[in-house]
Design a binder for this molecule. Sequence first.
Ligand SMILES: Cc1cc2nc3c(=O)[nH]c(=O)nc-3n(C[C@H](O)[C@H](O)[C@H](O)COP(=O)(O)O)c2cc1C
Length: 205
Amino acid sequence: MAKKELRMHAVVAPTETVIVSAYDAEGRADACTLAFYMVSSHVPPCVTIAINATQNRKTLKSMLESGAFVLGLPSVDQVKETDYLGVESGYRADKLKNVGFTVSPAKTVHAPLINELKLSLECEIVHTVTVGSHTQVTGEVKRILADEEILDEKGRVLLKKLQPIIYDEEEGIYLDLGKKVADAFRTGAAFKKKLEERKQESPSD
Ligand SMILES: Cc1cc2nc3c(=O)[nH]c(=O)nc-3n(C[C@H](O)[C@H](O)[C@H](O)COP(=O)(O)O)c2cc1C
């Protein structure tokens, strides 16, 4: 297959769309939509988000001042609200009120938790670094709150019930999760085992 060089950009598609919320210095809650999000540590549990520091993002200012944020996962039936939170600024509008979202104070950090989101991570900021246009903010997860309806009997989050919104930056569209294609780790482990067995049968290969 012929290959083509692309214009310079960080190909990020697809990513789970998240909503981060923070209190400003006056205690007003604001939130914005982000696609630049990753799990960055298991122990302690941490997530890292990247927010454009060259633009006037109110949420970034608020979270750096307060030292905390809540990261919430919207579901596909909240796509209109999610997109709006990503095209309007808290400097110009009371966005949360406009979409009909309500907030409660997080229990472990000074940040607002959006009640309508089915999964929320309360995060304390433990590290920031600016690389290029974006400030990467790492939050240590201090508490996780989930609607019971998205959990299985073991308390695990079932993504097929949460139905997160997947953002495709290439085409500028939102997608749903799609179907399972294989078991993680087991598929590669089975392949690895087969290769090792083959090597034992004919070591010269
Ligand atoms: C799907 C989507 C993904 C976005 N991802 C990011 C992101 O990862 N980083 C960022 O800085 N802005 C991102 N934005 C833009 C911000 O959400 C937007 O600038 C917002 O208006 C900022 O609001 P604020 O000023 O209230 O913080 C995204 C917007 C959308 C719609």
